[in-house]
Design a protein around this ligand. Structure first.
Ligand code: ASP
Ligand code: MG
Length: 471
């Protein structure tokens, strides 16, 4: 039985978490003599964000900030090494690897600062360090526990196109490399620890698969090695009816079809990257979503045909830490082309727009972006529309409106008589939630609302109760 296990950033957030992950891997290996494992790992939580923040500081000439980022990353990773690894040889080796990589990062930041330019290609080179560090730490920790583990960089395995920041893996060359370089290791009883999220073009230039892309890596590796299953380990009990941090009574969706899981992932169910499904569907490989902090919990099983007795519950997916940004004109010179230009500029600047709404009567475009992208987004729009990013100039108004959250309600076929969408609208109305923007799927099975962040928790709890999801 070959299983690909992917551990997310929160699963390797500190030394204790790494130790927990090594326990899980050792337990899985001990379970049966034929157990063969491939591990895919994310960067430690927050590291990718830090790396990006450093690159943005470098390009803006804020030298002290990128130096701090580098120093903080060095400190954080070396601390894990000190606390986690017992043997001096492993400590020295992994410590040295971390120092070397972060020295390279420093050089990269400096060249970004000197050039005053941060391309998507440069940004990918920067963010790729996070997964390299965590993979080496985890492999060393496993070796200390007697597992024959070896860290492998996906830049040698996952071949992609050159769409930096959201590269598409090229199936055939990737499969060939996985078969040539990973399969023989696994055959010999080695447990490869592969960096998630990253890849390289056929010329060897580092790329990334998009934020949260380690899940996608796991699926690609699983499909390429014809694994029996792919397990995605995060910090919650699978895919739930709501965020358990907001609704403690939230229930795990025990079984989902590939299509249902893809839809939930698409709406931002954080535990699964939306592209993860495609590679496993083609080979019919079951996908499990599990909790590293509660490994005995069965989690969610995603297959072509989920068990007929599972309950087709709807799910509420919420995302916080978002900013609402408005760009527009006082007069009616704002056109669809202006919106297209704004979106294009943000795409080129590497800012993810999670939701947007175009108001023709207000001559404006409202954009929902992650809070950490806010300053960068305002700058990119400022450049695009020729002002300093804050005040009106050249007839454009640009500004941050407020902190917002999104709530999506996704129905399952076979649940309830009336559609989920009218039900969701009515419930928000009853609750008095202020709805800032709405996006609805043409299938009428799901709807997303942008609401003020301070109304999120109450709204989600109310929806969960009103949709009858509490037992
Ligand atoms: N480290 C990457 C991110 O934070 C990829 C991942 O965690 O899946 O987006
Ligand atoms: Mg993730």
């Amino acid at each position: 039985m070959l299983i690909v296990h992917k551990f997310g950033g929160t699963s390797v957030g500190d030394a204790g978490c790494f130790a927990n992950v090594t326990d899980i891997v050792c337990d899985r290996l001990a379970e049966d003599d034929d157990a063969r494992l491939v591990v895919v790992v994310s960067a430690m939580s927050g590291v990718t964000d830090d790396l990006i923040a450093g690159a943005r500081a470098a390009v803006e000439g804020r030298d002290a900030v990128y130096r701090q980022v580098k120093a903080r990353l060095l400190d954080r990773h070396l601390q894990v090494v000190q606390r986690l690894l017992q043997q001096n040889t492993e400590r020295v080796e992994v410590g040295g690897f971390i120092e070397d990589r972060l020295h390279e990062l420093d050089l990269l930041y400096r060249s970004i600062a000197i050039l005053g330019e941060l391309t998507r290609r440069g940004s990918d080179a920067v963010v790729a360090f996070g997964e390299q560090l965590s993979a080496h730490i985890l492999a060393a920790a496993l070796r200390e526990r007697g597992v024959r583990a070896q860290a492998l960089s996906a830049t040698d395995l996952v071949v992609t196109d050159d769409n930096f920041g959201a590269a598409t893996p090229l199936i055939q060359p990737t499969r060939r490399r996985l078969q040539e370089r990973v399969a023989p290791l696994v055959e010999r009883g080695t447990t490869p620890v592969i960096t998630g999220y990253i890849g390289a073009t056929s010329e060897g230039v580092t790329t990334t698969l998009g934020r949260g892309g380690s899940d996608y890596t796991a699926a690609i590796v699983g499909a390429g090695l014809r694994a029996d299953e792919v397990w995605i380990w995060s910090d919650v009990n699978g895919i739930l009816t709501a965020d358990p941090n907001i609704v403690p009574q939230a229930r795990t969706l025990s079984g989902l079809s590939y299509a249902e899981a893809a839809e939930l992932a698409y709406y931002g169910a954080d535990v699964l990257h939306p592209k993860t499904i495609r590679p496993v569907v083609e080979r019919g490989i079951p996908l499990r979503i599990k909790n590293t902090f509660d490994p005995a919990h069965p989690g969610t099983l995603i297959t072509a045909r989920p068990a007929p007795d599972r309950e087709p519950l709807p799910a509420i997916i919420s995302t916080t830490g978002l900013s609402l940004i408005a760009v527009g004109t006082e007069d009616d010179s704002w056109t669809l082309q202006t919106s297209a230009h704004a979106l294009q500029c943000l795409c080129e600047a590497g800012v993810d727009v999670l939701m947007f709404s175009q108001s023709f009567s207000e001559h404006s475009l409202n954009l929902v972006v992650r809070e950490q992208d806010q300053a960068h987004c305002l700058q990119a729009l400022g450049r695009a529309f020729g002002d300093d990013g804050r005040v009106a100039a050249n007839g454009y108004n640009l500004g941050t409106r407020e902190r917002v959250a999104t709530v999506s309600v996704v129905g399952m076929p076979g649940w309830g008589d009336a559609g989920i969408v009218p039900h969701a609208f009515a419930t928000l109305g009853q609750h008095g939630t202020r709805v800032i923007a709405v996006a609805q799927a043409a299938t009428e099975r799901s709807v997303s609302f942008c609401i003020p962040e301070d109304q999120l928790a109450e709204t989600v709890r109310y929806l969960h109760r009103e949709l009858g999801l509490e037992v």
